[in-house]
Design a protein around this ligand. Sequence first.
Ligand code: BGC
Ligand code: CA
Length: 162
Amino acid sequence: MASMKLFLLLTTGALLIEVSEFASSTPNWVYHSSGWYAFINEPMNWNDAEVYCQNLIPGAHLASFHNIAAEKFAQDLVYKTVRAYPFTWIGGNDQFKNRNFMWSDGSEWNYENWAIGEPNNFNGRREACFQFLFGANKQWNDEPCSGSFPFICKAPKSDCCS
Ligand code: BGC
Ligand code: CA
């Protein structure tokens, strides 16, 4: 009987570990006309975050923004999830060439929402990865890519999710 209990305990434990791993790889995607968005509240560096998004579903990347409405939608998603506005990685970066801004999903760079004084490669250090929800107006900041922050993934409308 004792060994049966131990067996059940171990099985349940294994199942719980399985379920929690599953949970972290199946985020809650929410729909907006610009795509599906998922806020991942697991701080990591920008490159790992980008890979994490790509591994969720084909076509997913760190989020790009092309208008204020979509960005506001993403702001609200973060707030609904954590009741706060933490600095959050998005897909904007200039990793390949200083001040040559691009999105990791390859979409056109046609919209910007920098916080006052940004982007600034602060104190002369390279800040090649971009976060949003920065400063009083929850705008964008360039930041060293090694920083650890939660992030927003975005998947194309056609490829996703529910
Ligand atoms: C950030 C910089 C930012 C600066 C603004 C720093 O904490 O790391 O990216 O430009 O604050 O004051
Ligand atoms: Ca900066």
